[in-house]
Design a protein around this ligand. Structure first.
Ligand code: FAD
Length: 502
């Protein structure tokens, strides 16, 4: 029989620390044995202060934590997000900027033909994008509609959705909720670890000693505990994904602007810019390859894109470590959040990875002394999740036809860093991408549906003899168009949906 888990100490009070505290406190303290959870955070070292777009799975995390959706959104200045509008990731066609929409939606048909096969087999209006017919979210985004109707229940919409939320306010809100639920909050900067081989006996903060069965490293890119526990534990993904810096700039809305219900990701010369709309401001940031561009050049390029002068707003420059640990769980310490790894924010997966890590940890951490095969399982799963995500992010770059800078010429060759992706891309020249093509992967959030929206948005279309009859295609088209009209009728304009929260 393993010893019961009496005490968990989390070091770090960013989103990772507080999400972990909230979840584990709820998981282990449902009655019966009590596990005491302490979170220690430094007042001198700030949080990263970015990380404001999410994927749709975060709703299930918040719901599972018993958080009220309207309260969460009010407290964090949040808006709804139905997907990402990608712009400029390929050369313009006929003078028009390349664009596609990546929603969170699932595509279901009842008939024998799937939507993708039908779309490729049928006559289509000139210039129609795959997402324009085959998902509702694209039309909602164009119309500036939220995913919600007047009668939508909390955490439910006509289409799946995530949020844009203020990272700093989210941290404060989660902290309040966790402390109310019984998590002990301590302020202190950890300056010493007491080690016994690969076990941490205690951490010290200016003379105060915290002993624990388990330690969770949520210290961000510093990875304070893990770095001291195990050397040679890092795998870099920068060969494949070279964007390793970001510059962020928060700006107020102009008088006419309304928050958009989607994230915008526009490719520039050496990376891409995010635009994330909150209730009261827009967060912008340029994610770029720091080997090709200096900080000053990046900030100037961002400001030029946004059309704002050098003295407007205070830019925040950030270094990013792109990759992940080889072992996320070493001895009695687990790294969650940026301390465990990070893949650039193109698909807004930081908070999602925290959600996944902590859920997986809860089922694996089943006592004070966890058997090595259980730790190995956790490490294998986490590595698989990161590897999958890396492959999906490379997909966004490697299909580009841009050749205007060395950054984009290298991006076009980036599939060479993923043998599986290279193989799949060849396959998908000849057939549609389908569910079973992902067999054996860890597709935890991005499945064949997501691959299709990116593949077809980037023009990687399969060549095959058309299937189905003109009548079948017409019927499917009419069904899709009718669903879109219904969704537009039933959903609220985004500003009205936000007002309804108050
Ligand atoms: P941090 O926020 O850095 O927190 C670290 C904590 O550790 C702090 O509280 C600090 O005080 C504490 N600490 C450090 N050292 C010590 C010490 N010695 N003693 C005690 N405490 C210590 N994610 C998304 O989901 N969506 C996005 O759109 C997104 N965009 C991003 C854009 C950029 C440019 C970057 C870099 C990241 C982005 N992320 C995004 C990721 C997201 O920001 C993080 O996953 C998330 O904020 C969690 O960060 P963290 O808690 O791991 O680290």
């Amino acid at each position: 029989m393993t010893q019961p888990l009496n005490r968990i100490t989390i070091v770090g009070g960013g989103s990772a620390g507080w999400m972990t505290a909230l979840y584990l406190n709820r998981y282990y303290n449902q009655g019966g044995h009590k596990t005491h959870i302490t979170l220690v955070e430094s007042e001198d070292i700030g949080t990263i202060g970015v990380g404001e777009a999410t994927v749709h799975s975060i709703r299930f995390f918040f719901a599972a934590m018993g958080l009220d959706e309207a309260e969460l959104m009010r407290e964090t200045g949040a808006t709804f997000k139905t997907g990402i509008r990608f712009r400029n990731w390929k050369k313009p066609v006929d003078g028009k900027m390349h664009e596609y929409f990546h929603p969170f939606e699932e595509q279901r048909t009842n008939g024998p033909l799937d939507l993708a096969t039908s779309w490729f087999s049928s006559e289509r209006p000139a210039g129609e994008r795959y997402d324009q017919l085959n998902c509702l979210s694209s039309a909602l985004a164009d119309a500036g509609h939220s995913p919600k109707s007047h009668t939508s229940a909390p955490y439910q919409g006509l289409v799946p959705y995530g949020y844009h939320l203020d990272a700093v306010r989210l941290g404060r809100y989660l902290r309040r909720k966790a402390v109310e639920a019984g998590v002990e909050h301590r302020i202190g900067t950890v300056d010493k670890l007491e080690l016994d081989g690969e076990r941490i006996r205690a951490v010290h903060c200016g003379g105060v000693r915290f002993e624990s069965d388990i330690f969770i490293d949520c210290t961000g890119f510093r990875s304070l505990l893990m770095r001291q526990l195990k050397s040679d534990n890092w795998q870099s993904f920068e060969d494949a994904l070279p964007c390793n810096k970001a510059v962020a700039l928060q700006l107020p809305y102009g008088p006419e602007a309304q928050p958009r219900p989607y994230t915008q990701a526009t490719a520039l010369d050496h990376g891409w810019v995010w635009e994330i709309d909150l209730q009261e401001r827009r967060g912008n940031g340029y994610v770029y390859d720091g080997k090709r561009l200096s900080r000053g050049q990046a900030e100037a390029e961002l400001r030029q894109y946004l059309g704002v002068p050098a003295d407007m707003g205070q830019a925040l420059h950030l270094d990013m470590k792109i990759g992940c640990l080889k072992s996320f769980w070493v001895g009695n310490c687990i790294a969650i959040g940026l301390s465990g790894g990070f893949i650039e924010p193109l698909e807004s997966t930081g908070l999602h990875l925290i959600n996944l890590s902590v859920r997986l940890l809860a089922t694996h951490l089943n006592g004070a002394d966890v058997a090595q095969p259980v730790k190995d399982s956790y490490n294998r799963l986490m590595n698989g999740i990161y590897d999958d995500l890396k492959r999906f992010i490379i997909l966004h770059y490697c299909l580009t036809d841009r050749d205007d800078t060395e950054f984009w010429r290298k991006a076009a060759a980036s599939a060479e860093h993923s043998p599986r992706l290279r193989q799949d891309l060849t396959l998908w020249q000849h057939k549609v991408c389908e569910f079973m093509d992902q067999a054996g992967s860890y597709a935890t959030v991005f499945t064949d549906e997501n691959y299709r929206f990116v593949l077809y948005g980037m023009g990687h279309w399969p060549q095959f003899a058309p299937l189905g009859s003109a009548q079948q295609h017409q019927q499917l088209r009419q069904q899709c168009e009718a669903r879109t009209r219904m969704a537009l009728d039933q959903t609220l304009p985004h500003p009205a949906a936000l007002r309804a929260l108050n």
